[in-house]
Design a protein around this ligand. Structure first.
Ligand SMILES: Cc1cc2nc3c(=O)[nH]c(=O)nc-3n(C[C@H](O)[C@H](O)[C@H](O)COP(=O)(O)OP(=O)(O)OC[C@H]3O[C@@H](n4cnc5c(N)ncnc54)[C@H](O)[C@@H]3O)c2cc1C
Length: 400
């Protein structure tokens, strides 16, 4: 997301009494204006100071979301969807006040289709919940952004995470969405078929839209067969550059690693302290391989060879599930390990997206986006009154 606007108080308008009364009457104790509830919904895991919504509504169905958004549209009140609040970039801050629409209670797995390799869930279902509920099918949902985020929130932020190298991000794994538009209409973006060439790709317009174009109420995602074998490996390098070059060669050679993550020496130190590990404190790559027993062995041997060509040393295996999950839980806790290095501080996080050929040069660089005018036009078309999570992704004139 873009940096939240600096003068929030100038942009706030009081919610009309008739609007508040209508929500209170319909939603009873699922409508709240208490400070504690607003505080929980007006912040995320980022370093930004909280900016509270004026009220929070807890929806339980697509129809309820549609009714709330229609009311927001009528009274021109901003509405910010809320999944689990795990975002790291200030997405949830209520810059212009309004309501936070919490969909965490919309948590039913609606359909699992093993033949199509898809599942359809309500937006509040979390990724771990989905994996528990489909365990017996032999399938799993691989996208893992660290936090146990909601599928609606993950679609809205185009979440990626540690498995992206093999399974892609939410962009590749959302098949279709049910969305409530800024006028309160219910739209299905596509059918369950994985491939379609009819019309604009509405699904992918909403994936990554951070609640600025509509509210996702149902998500159909791809599922994958659970791998027969999984193994993990850690390899240390003398420099970050060596580790990056090893990753580039691995990917260019088409080795289908499931996960590969880089930690620099300072981060390894932080993770050791936080998760009580004894990893060698130099740059390291953390790998995971999925496949058949033979396939996993072959991938790992190949990567070990590539690593040694790039000065890799101490290639260590973790084949049993406990060691593997200890390593990856340490990676998942890396954000909090970083915070613990200097207690009382908060972190600024961001993503850097570059072609693989520029990966080594890109550490520490950011890439500017030059399609802002087109995005503003899109925002205007989808949300003419600018009520959907205003001030995020692109700033319109009235946000400044
Ligand atoms: C320790 C840690 C590690 C992380 N690592 C990664 C990582 O490696 N990769 C990665 O991609 N992310 C990572 N994240 C970020 C986080 O998990 C994602 O941002 C997550 O996808 C957000 O889901 P959520 O349910 O918490 O959404 P929220 O935080 O509640 O909302 C995020 C945004 O999505 C919008 N939104 C939420 N629900 C909906 C909906 N139903 N319809 C429309 N808009 C909606 C909100 O308005 C907001 O703009 C990490 C987070 C933590 C805490």
């Amino acid at each position: 997301m873009n940096h939240p606007m600096p003068h929030p108080s100038l942009l706030r308008k009081a919610m009309p009494d008739t609007f508040v009364d209508a929500l209170r009457t319909r939603f009873g104790d699922r409508f709240s204006m208490t400070e504690a509830v607003r505080m929980h919904h007006g912040r995320d895991e980022s370093a930004f100071d909280p900016m509270l919504p004026d009220a929070v509504v807890f929806a339980l169905s697509t129809e309820e979301v549609a009714a709330i958004v229609a009311l927001c549209s009528e009274h021109e009140v901003p509405v910010i969807p809320f999944g689990t609040g795990s975002s790291l970039e200030g997405h949830l801050l209520a810059i212009r006040g309004g309501i936070s629409l919490d969909v965490s209670g919309m948590n039913a797995v609606l359909a699992v289709n093993p033949e199509d390799l898809t599942a359809t869930v309500q937006a509040g279902v979390t990724r771990k919940q989905l994996n528990v509920e489909i365990k017996d099918t032999g399938l799993f949902f691989p996208i893992d952004p660290g936090a146990d985020a909601s599928l609606g929130g993950m679609a809205a932020t185009r979440a990626s995470g540690t498995n992206a190298v093999r399974y892609g991000t939410m962009r590749e794994n959302v098949v279709s969405l049910t969305v409530v538009t800024a006028e309160g209409k219910i739209v299905k973006t596509a059918r369950r078929a994985r491939k379609s060439s009819a019309g604009y790709d509405l699904t992918r317009i909403f994936v990554g839209s951070e609640g600025t174009l509509g509210i996702i109420t149902e998500v159909t995602v791809k599922l994958y067969p659970q791998p027969e074998a999984i193994s993990a490996a850690v390899c240390n390098f003398p420099t970050v550059e060596d580790a990056v070059r090893c990753t580039i060669t691995t990917i260019q050679m088409g080795v289908p690693v499931a996960r590969v993550e880089l930690l620099d020496a300072a981060f390894v130190k932080a993770v050791n302290a936080h998760s009580k590990l004894t990893l060698t404190e130099s740059p390291l790559l953390l790998f995971e391989f999925h496949g058949s027993e033979a396939g996993v062995r072959e991938q790992a041997e190949l990567v070990q060879e590539i690593a040694s060509e790039h000065n890799g040393r101490e290639f260590t295996w973790a084949t049993n599930p406990e060691d593997r999950s200890r390593l990856w839980s340490a990676r998942h806790a890396a954000y909090f390990a970083g915070l613990q290095v200097k207690p009382g501080t908060r972190a600024i996080t961001t993503d850097v997206c570059v072609p693989i050929s520029r990966l080594a040069d890109s550490i520490g660089e950011t890439v500017a986006d030059c399609a802002l005018d087109l995005m503003r036009a899109l925002k205007r078309a989808f949300d003419p009154k600018n009520i959907m999570n205003p001030g995020k992704i692109v700033a319109l004139a009235e946000d400044r």
